[in-house]
Ligand binder design. Structure first.
Ligand code: FAD
Length: 243
């Protein structure tokens, strides 16, 4: 299949979501609607190296297809990371960035016939936020959807009020947060890791479920192994690895 052409995205807005995470809003130059499937990503070409192969960084689209020529990315600053250091220092409204996309296959089926369990840490929430917002806006019929989000502290929770509101608006949506560095005095939700939560959700032998795992390798590997040990077929476990 031919590679998608490079296009230009212009930053229209940047907001600080947590201490080390920002939301970047883009408009695509000279383009009609940005047509993509929730869960896909874009690749940016950042001016951080002479060789193009070393300049490319991929980011899941955090917004959902709404007929506009815009998209949103949610990006965490990696200590010593070339691309994110550049974006956090230089990424301001008006900046033009070449990008290619949409890319990837980390998408839900067109018909949602089984329960869904979305498991993520940090900015791994991006494709899931896109998917659940799309389900809501397009009124896609669905069964139960669990979003299980893990991070360290209360202040690191991404899209918290939005997802809390969404779970009130959508009776099928169950939003779970696991915080590894809080205490019972500071947080009355789950303290620990995402793994405890999906194990509990599935403890009654719930088998009719598809799992989508997104984020950094350690969490994704561990979740995949635990799900296999729980008896889930590998066809039911879908992965998007950030690195
Ligand atoms: C499909 C996909 C979707 C993604 N979506 C998102 C998303 O939505 N949000 C998001 O935040 N990220 C996402 N990522 C991750 C993203 O692509 C980048 O990997 C991330 O932003 C780090 O890029 P960077 O250039 O800042 O770090 P890099 O320069 O690539 O470095 C990565 C890490 O390695 C360390 N490092 C670099 N060079 C060395 C060295 N020589 N020796 C030792 N350590 C070194 C750095 O300190 C850093 O911690 C996604 C990745 C993929 C593949």
């Amino acid at each position: 299949m031919a590679l998608l052409p490079w296009q230009t995205a212009v930053i229209t807005r940047v907001t600080q979501e947590t201490a080390n995470t920002r939301r970047f809003f883009f408009e695509i130059k000279d383009s009609g609607p940005f047509v993509f499937r929730p869960g896909q990503f874009v690749t940016l070409d950042l001016p951080i190296h002479d060789k193009q192969s070393k300049r490319m960084r991929s980011y899941s689209v955090a917004s959902w297809p709404d007929g506009s020529n815009t998209f949103e990315l949610v990006i965490v600053l990696m200590e010593g990371g070339a691309g994110t250091t550049y974006l956090f220092k230089e990424g301001k409204p008006g900046m033009e960035i070449p990008f290619r996309g949409p890319l990837g296959h980390f998408c839900l089926p067109d018909t949602l016939e089984r329960d869904i369990c979305m498991i993520c840490t940090g900015t791994g929430i991006a494709p899931f936020r896109s998917q659940v917002q799309y389900i809501r806006h397009a009124q896609v019929p669905c069964r139960d959807i669990h979003i299980i989000f893990g991070t360290r502290k209360i202040g690191d929770i991404l899209y918290r009020s939005e997802l809390e509101q969404l779970s009130r608006d959508m009776p099928c949506l169950h939003y779970h947060v696991a915080l590894s560095r809080e205490t019972p005095e500071s947080w009355n939700g789950h303290i620990g890791y995402v793994h405890d939560i999906y194990e509990k959700v599935c403890e009654n032998g719930q088998k009719d479920m598809d799992f989508y795992l997104c984020g950094w390798k350690n969490m994704v590997d561990e979740a995949r192994n635990r799900l296999k040990d729980m008896g889930y077929d590998k066809e039911r476990i879908h992965l998007e690895l950030y690195g």
